[in-house]
Design a protein around this ligand. Structure first.
Ligand code: F6P
Length: 328
C-alpha cells in the first residue's frame, strides 16, 4: 500500500446503538494497529470528542467483544456538537491528540455531524452505517439490522403461539421511526396478515378488508406488524378502530421496543461490521474522506456522505407484493 494519508485516527459510536457496533470497533482498531496507525477510542460519541474523552486502543483492547451487543465506547446524541462552538471544541481536541482521521459509526444523524465537521475543519471522516433501521443509502444492509430482524421474528413467533391458542388478533409494533424495513421483512417471515409501514400510504379500509378475507378463509388468529413510524395512526388507535369495526375480535397490542436494539450480533452482522470497519480504515489511509463505507452487491463501496443522508433505499416492490399474496 502507498503511504497512508492519515497517521492517527479516532473511532466513535453515536446515535442509537445497534448489535455489531462492537465488531466494527474491533475491526477499526485492529486494522489500524495492523497498518501501524495510532488509534483512539472516543467515548460517548461527539460529546466525548468535545471533552477529549479519548483512550489509545491496541489490538488486545478489543478482545472478546465481537460477540457482544451494545457498544463498549458508549453512544450519545449530542446537541452541543450541532453548534459551531461545540465542533470547534472537538477540533481543538483532535489537534491536541494529533488525530487526522475519524471513523464515525452510526446513522444519518451521526453522518450529518461528521460531514459538517469534515467540511469545516478538514479532518478526514468516514462513516460506517450502524443502525437497526437499515435506512441508509449506499449499503445493502446496515450493521445491526439482521440481528434486530431476527429478534423481532423470534418475538413475533412467540406471540403467534399465544395468539393461536386464544384465537386472538395481535397488533405488534416493531422499531422503525422512519423506515419499514424491519416491519416488512419480519412480517413476511412470520406470516403477518398485514404489514403497515411509513413508506406507503396505508388505508385502514384495506386492513379491514384483509381481516374480512381472513375470516372467510377460516383464519382464527392474526398478526398485524406495524412499524413504529406508521402514518395511519398509533398502534393503540389502530387496535381500537379495528375493535369498533369487528367487535367480536379479541385484540391485543404488543410493542417490542428496545429489545430489538440489544443482544449478541448475528453472524451476518459480525461479518458486515468487520468488513466495514476494515474498509473505513483502509479508505482513510487511501485518502477517502466525507464518505461512508458500505457493502453493495457484496463489494466494498464508498458513497459521499451527502448522498448517503439525502437518498433513501427504496422499499422492494416485490417484497410488498409477496407479503400481500402470501397473507391470503
Ligand atoms: O434509530 C433506530 C431507532 O431504533 C428507531 O427505530 C427508533 O425510533 C429510535 O431508534 C429510538 O431511539 P431512542 O429510544 O434511543 O431515542
Amino acid at each position: 500500500m502507498t503511504e497512508s494519508q492519515v497517521k492517527k485516527i479516532g473511532v466513535l459510536t453515536s446515535g442509537g446503538d445497534s448489535p455489531g457496533m462492537n465488531a466494527a470497533i474491533r475491526a477499526v482498531v485492529r486494522t489500524a494497529n495492523y497498518y501501524h496507525l495510532e488509534c483512539f477510542g472516543i467515548r460517548e460519541g461527539y460529546s466525548g470528542l468535545m471533552e477529549g474523552n479519548l483512550t489509545k486502543m491496541g489490538a488486545r483492547s478489543v478482545k472478546n467483544i465481537i460477540n457482544q451487543g451494545g457498544t463498549i465506547l458508549k453512544s450519545a446524541r449530542s446537541l452541543e456538537f450541532k453548534t459551531k462552538e461545540g465542533r470547534q471544541k472537538a477540533f481543538e481536541q483532535c489537534k491536541k491528540a494529533g488525530i487526522d482521521g475519524l471513523v464515525c459509526i452510526g446513522g444519518d444523524g451521526t453522518f450529518t455531524g461528521a460531514k459538517i465537521f469534515c467540511e469545516e475543519f478538514g479532518i478526514k471522516v468516514i462513516g460506517v452505517p450502524g443502525t437497526i433501521d437499515n435506512d441508509i443509502f449506499g449499503t445493502d444492509n446496515t450493521i445491526g439490522y439482521d440481528t434486530a430482524l431476527n429478534t423481532a421474528m423470534e418475538a413475533i413467533d412467540k406471540i403467534r403461539d399465544t395468539a393461536t391458542s386464544h384465537n386472538r388478533v395481535f397488533f405488534v409494533e416493531v422499531m422503525g421511526r422512519d423506515a419499514g424495513f424491519i416491519a416488512l421483512n419480519s412480517g413476511i417471515a412470520t406470516g403477518a396478515i398485514d404489514i403497515l409501514i411509513p413508506e406507503r400510504e396505508d388505508r385502514i379500509e384495506d386492513l379491514f378488508q384483509n381481516f374480512r378475507k381472513a375470516e372467510q378463509t377460516g383464519k382464527s388468529s392474526s398478526i398485524v406488524v406495524v412499524a413504529e413510524g406508521e402514518k395511519l395512526g398509533n398502534i393503540y388507535d389502530l387496535a381500537q378502530k379495528t375493535k369498533n369495526e369487528f367487535p367480536e375480535f379479541d385484540i391485543r397490542v404488543s410493542t417490542l421496543g428496545h429489545i430489538q436494539r440489544g443482544g449478541s450480533p448475528s453472524c451476518a452482522d459480525r461479518v458486515l461490521a468487520s468488513r466495514l470497519g476494515y474498509g473505513a480504515v483502509v479508505g482513510l489511509m487511501q485518502g477517502e474522506t466525507n464518505v461512508m463505507a458500505g457493502i453493495r452487491a457484496n463489494e466494498l463501496v464508498y458513497t459521499p456522505i451527502e448522498e448517503a443522508i439525502r437518498k433513501h433505499n427504496e422499499m422492494n416492490g416485490d417484497l410488498m407484493k409477496i407479503a400481500e399474496i402470501l397473507a391470503i
